[in-house]
Design a protein around this ligand. Structure first.
Ligand code: HEM
Length: 389
């Protein structure tokens, strides 16, 4: 009797293991991992590095099983280009998991909101409206210049005392975005500016960021300490940022003038007042929060890494100085038309971005059944991209 029971148990385990290891036809190759857990224990502290190592063995498109779900990892530039440019609509979803649903309060904002008519409409609106308020245009240069001059004035006034340059650059880049979104800049100690910078730091904090990434990779860990604590802290900072933006939006509502569009918020309010579908106050708050999150920490960290590189590579610093002086002379003002004449400056910035990628992994998903690199990928499959490739 015992022998029969053991035989049945053994056959069930064998059958379960075979079923678990079976992959759908034409799926991408990848490490098999352990039954039930998949590769959960093998990702390491920086999964993007592990994925790149696995890519050397399995190729440019990897299938990584985590728990019971298959995830796709894109591991080379040409395939990344295919997914993001040639087949953007099929790869524009966001990985669906409880922590992202909480972070977007359903599906609000544009950075982590899922692909939908609302996302498409607002993505388009953001790009056209920011262009209208000069982001990416030459006239924005004056504001960037003024902000940079204030920063250098401030640095001079400290008489060589140690300062937190990362924080100052964060305030400077946030102020530049404040011009376009809020229609004004703030002094460095102003509570609105400090609150935005502080809450962004709370959201992108390395430890909490790790908790968010863990909760995304293993959704059930969202509810288990210490991951749950890190995620709660991120959500608290997000909420506090939304409250700060809410106050600025409230001021705009009270001083709104149909004939004087001052900034991004006014333009959004105009669409709301016109009763345009999908334009809501809540979406405005989450969208503005996403713009500050996506646009300020990225830019200021890139600048901080540039300064770091200048300190550590003095010969590079001399070459950069020479190229800039050759093009501008000792007193000239730089503008975007000088870009083609400064190949070394551009190469330096690109190298800093390559060496210190600001985003380890981006968490997309497929919006339809599709294929990539010759492999079939079903709808709603998480697709993680490694921007550093
Ligand atoms: C050095 C500066 C920057 C870097 C390296 C950078 C990098 C990136 C990357 C890699 C993504 C794609 C994320 C994904 O696919 O999951 C992204 C998305 C995004 N970025 Fe940036 N970014 C920078 C500056 C900015 C600025 C200045 C703004 C706004 C004014 C901005 C707004 C956004 C938004 C709204 C998204 C999400 C929506 C979308 O994918 O189009 N970024 N950024």
């Amino acid at each position: 009797m015992i022998v029969e029971a053991l035989m049945i148990f053994f056959m069930l385990v064998l059958y379960g293991t075979m079923v678990w290891y079976r992959r759908p036809p034409n799926s991408a190759p990848g490490p098999l991992g352990l039954p039930i857990f998949g590769n959960a224990f093998f990702l390491g502290k920086e999964p993007q590095k592990t994925f790149r190592d696995w890519g050397k063995k399995y190729g440019k498109v990897l299938n990584v099983r985590l728990g019971s779900s298959d995830c796709i990892v894109i591991n080379d530039y040409a395939t990344l280009h295919q997914a993001n440019v040639k087949r953007l609509a099929a790869f524009s979803g966001v990985t669906i998991c409880p922590i992202f649903t909480e972070f977007t309060s359903g599906n609000y904002g544009i950075a982590l909101a899922n692909y939908s008519p609302s996302w498409q409409t607002h993505r388009r609106h953001v790009v056209t409206t920011l262009r209208r308020f000069e982001v990416g245009k030459r006239s924005m240069e004056t504001k960037i210049f003024n902000e940079a001059s204030r920063l250098t004035d401030f640095l001079r006034s400290t008489n060589g005392q140690a300062v937190n340059i990362g924080e100052l650059l964060h305030k400077m880049t946030t102020n530049i975005l404040c011009h376009a979104i809020f229609g004004k800049r703030y002094e460095y100690e102003h509570p609105v500016l400090c609150s935005i910078v502080q809450t962004i730091n709370g959201i992108v904090d390395a430890e909490f960021g790790e908790a968010m990434q863990t909760a995304m990779l293993f959704p059930w860990l969202r509810y288990v300490p210490p991951v749950s604590k890190g995620c709660d802290e991120v959500l608290k900072s997000r909420q506090s940022m939304i409250e700060t933006i809410d106050e600025v939006v409230f001021e705009h509502e009270n001083s709104y003038d149909e004939d004087d569009m001052r900034d991004f918020i006014d333009c959004y309010l105009k669409e709301m007042k016109a009763g345009k579908d999908l334009f809501t106050r809540k979406q405005l708050l989450y969208e503005v929060s996403d713009l500050f999150l996506a646009g300020t920490d990225t830019t200021s960290n890139t600048l901080t890494w540039c300064l770091h590189a200048l300190l550590h590579y003095p010969e590079t610093q001399s070459k950069l100085r020479k190229e800039i002086f050759d093009v501008l002379g000792p007193t000239g003002k730089v503008n975007i038309s000088h870009e083609p004449k400064m190949p070394y400056v551009l190469a330096f910035i690109n190298e800093v971005l390559r060496f210190h990628p600001l985003l380890g992994l981006s968490y997309r998903s497929t919006t339809e059944d599709t294929e990539l690199g010759g492999y079939s990928i079903p709808k709603d499959t998480p697709v993680w991209q490694i921007p550093a490739v």
